[in-house]
Design a protein around this ligand. Structure first.
Ligand code: ATP
Ligand code: MG
Ligand code: FE
Length: 339
């Protein structure tokens, strides 16, 4: 089984060829970060234009690097949501064109399922499974009772974790995306500010990061007004400690209530070394029977290989899209946990 996968939901144009849902034959990623960073975030119109400019080159390179032709392919998979509508449409249109021209089945893939399946490249999946999904637009605890059956246990009520990293990074003068730099600084400082840990003890599995963000920004602005110099490493360490404490605490409690065979850590913020270290420690201590699968750091950010892995599973489950497939910018999981 060979899947050609397309990803264009945000600011990465990516096309991959994935074999049997677990082996990467090629994974071309064209990032647009340089074009967006002077605006402090992704500008949708610029993103769409970049996708158009890059997609044909990515397609040719993905096939060439994998040493395959269209005749070798089993199916075409594509991210159809969630994401920026104009950006998604470029990938969806290109994937449809290839599927139509070469008589290949078209597999619609949820971008967030894709993030989870980045973990598939380092381990087989076993169910029931839990995923802690932390990215630029989402922060979710997802319960996966069986393959391809996703239920949200809790999610952020305001900012996503990655979004909070990017916003507090901006007030420290860090270019978008700020997560990696803040993570590095955090390892050089200490939690001296003791910022709020919203909803840490709340019974739900929901998250909230906007209070932490505001508290951080107020602290920095007040110091600027008083012309006091604050330690960036200590600010970063304090912010990161709050984020990691809440994520770890909620995950720990979710695992108590919903015992699973595996916990998958995925999404752009899953590249965070502080979070990875903390989960490794907590899982060994409190949930030694649950296997921790951390998506490979290089596959935490947006890429098409993860879409190919998720697409393989959707393909096995007979999921097919018509040529009328449209982008769904607000796509969510089809099943929400009701109890
Ligand atoms: P979504 O997947 O929710 O649609 P997205 O695709 O824009 O959003 P991702 O590409 O999954 O988001 O993740 C990007 C985010 O990850 C950015 O906010 C970035 O700052 C953050 N990030 C990347 N590396 C790190 C890190 N080491 N620590 C914390 N955050 C990080
Ligand atoms: Mg991105
Ligand atoms: Fe993403």
């Amino acid at each position: 089984n060979l899947i050609l996968a397309f990803e264009s939901s945000c600011d990465e144009t990516s096309i991959a060829v994935v074999e049997d849902g677990k082996t990467i034959l090629s994974n071309i990623i064209a990032t647009q970060i340089d074009s967006h960073k002077r605006f402090g975030g992704v500008v949708p119109e610029i993103a769409s234009r970049h996708h158009i400019e890059q997609i044909t080159r990515c397609l040719n390179e993905a096939l060439a690097n994998a040493k395959v032709t269209y005749d070798d392919l089993t199916a075409v998979a594509v991210t159809y949501g969630p994401g920026l509508v104009g950006a998604l449409l470029i990938g969806v249109t290109a994937a449809k064109a290839v599927a139509f021209a070469h008589h290949l089945p078209l597999i619609p893939v949820n971008h967030m399922a894709g993030h989870i399946y980045a973990g598939r490249f380092i381990s087989d999946f076993e169910f029931p499974q839990m995923a802690l999904l932390v990215s630029g637009g989402h922060t979710e605890l997802v319960y996966i009772e069986s393959e391809n059956h996703f239920e949200i246990l809790g999610e952020t009520r305001d900012d996503a974790a990655g979004e909070a990293y990017d916003k507090i990074g901006r007030v420290l003068g860090v270019n978008y995306p700020a997560g990696k730099t803040i993570d590095t600084w955090a390892h050089q400082g200490e939690d001296t500010f003791n910022f709020p840990r919203a909803m840490e003890k709340d019974a739900s599995y929901d998250f909230s990061f906007s209070g932490l963000k505001s508290s951080f920004i107020n602290t920095v602005h007040n110091a600027e007004q008083r012309e006091v110099e604050l330690s960036k490493p200590d600010l970063a360490a304090s912010f990161q400690q709050s984020v990691v404490d809440v994520l770890a605490e909620k995950t720990d409690r979710a695992l108590d209530q919903y015992p699973v065979k595996q916990l998958v850590l995925a999404g752009g913020v899953a590249a965070n070394l502080g979070l990875r270290e903390r989960l490794e420690h907590d899982m060994a201590k409190n949930h030694a029977d649950t296997k921790l699968i951390m998506a490979p750091i290089k596959l935490c950010g947006d890429n098409a290989a993860m879409i190919g892995a998720a697409g393989y599973v959707a393909y096995k489950h007979q999921e097919r899209a018509e040529m009328s497939l449209n982008a769904e910018p607000g796509l969510t999981w089809n099943v929400a946990k009701s109890d």
